[in-house]
Design a protein around this ligand. Structure first.
Ligand code: 5GP
Length: 186
């Protein structure tokens, strides 16, 4: 599949505008700053989809913080469905034992990836661990996981933009939109 030169032409509907995202990320940052006041939080983000969210959120948190990055990929599945079998491509670069960890995720769909990651990170003995997800697609959840912070609940549609890709493209769109089926059926 080749994206159109005008990426926006492949988007059927804008679900969240740049302004809506920025406003919500600022709110999340305020809430996290209040909840973790007096503590040093470690934000762990999962490449590549969470990159813009992480970059914006960390600058809205008014506390001393550390960041770390992981990268995972799903085995199998299809281009628009995750299989839940997760492979760690890049692990944490520093220990998190005794730390207050906030796992920063782009989107929770079936919850299988997050379920795996949480179990993996809990095994590293953090003092606490919570999840901050920009997008939540509850309609497709297979594993129930408590989400500490959620940016937006969205309907069951395949979305791209603000870090989210299709075939590695569209991550640099500043909004979140629903891809035209023609863009992934071709
Ligand atoms: P889960 O394991 O919760 O089903 O899927 C999580 C991962 O699947 C996300 O981190 C993301 O990489 C991918 N994913 C799930 N839904 C979408 C979507 O609507 N759009 C895009 N681009 N990726 C998605």
């Amino acid at each position: 599949m080749k994206a159109s030169q005008d990426m926006k032409a492949d988007v059927a509907e804008v679900l969240l505008t740049e302004e809506q995202i920025a406003a919500r990320v600022a709110e999340l940052g305020r809430q996290i700053s209040a909840d973790y006041a007096g503590h040093e939080v470690t934000l762990v983000s999962v490449l590549k989809g969470s990159l813009p969210f992480m970059a914006d959120l960390m600058r809205r948190i008014d506390l001393p913080l550390r960041i770390d990055l992981m990268e995972v990929s799903s085995y199998g599945g299809t281009a628009t469905e995750s299989s839940g079998l997760v492979r760690i491509l890049k692990d944490l670069s520093a220990p998190i034992d005794g730390r207050d960890v906030l796992l920063v995720e782009d989107i929770i769909d079936t919850g299988l990836t997050l379920n795996y990651l949480l179990r993996y990170l809990k095994g590293k003995n953090p003092r606490s661990i919570k999840v901050c997800a920009l997008l939540d697609k509850p309609a497709r959840r297979l594993v129930e996981i408590p989400l500490g912070y959620v940016g937006f609940e969205i309907p069951d549609a395949f979305v791209v933009g603000y870090g989210l890709d299709f075939g590695e493209v569209y991550r640099n769109l500043r909004f979140v939109g629903v891809l035209r089926p023609a863009a992934y059926e071709s």
